[in-house]
Design a protein. Sequence first.
Length: 142
Amino acid sequence: MLEINYSLLIQIVNFLFLLFLMNIILYRPIRRILNQRNEEANALEKDIQDYQSLSGEKEKDIEESMAMAQKGGYSEKETLKGQGREEERAILLEAGSSAEKKLGNAKLETNARIVDVRKTLEEQVSVFSKELAEKILGRSIQ
């Protein structure tokens, strides 16, 4: 059986001393290193969350600015289309009036030529009729 004597007491003291030494030499540094790692991991995790929230905000800002740019581009496009239509109308009106002027000038010129040709023909009608009568009658007419 076990006897309780001074050797048991020495063994208990020895065990407690070794436990104390192991705690100082081995367990505390390991726990300190584990705590540092946990703190670093927590800090990195917090940084990740911060960056994720920041990237979410930036993404939202980019989407909003893209939507605004699309709206602005669409309104600018419509404005340019309207200006183009107005310019087209002005050009067509100008071309129409220019064509009407040219057509009017051409008609006036044609009418003037017709009048000139009629005058010339009327002057020559008497000569032609006289020649025709001379040919039909076979003699000269005065």
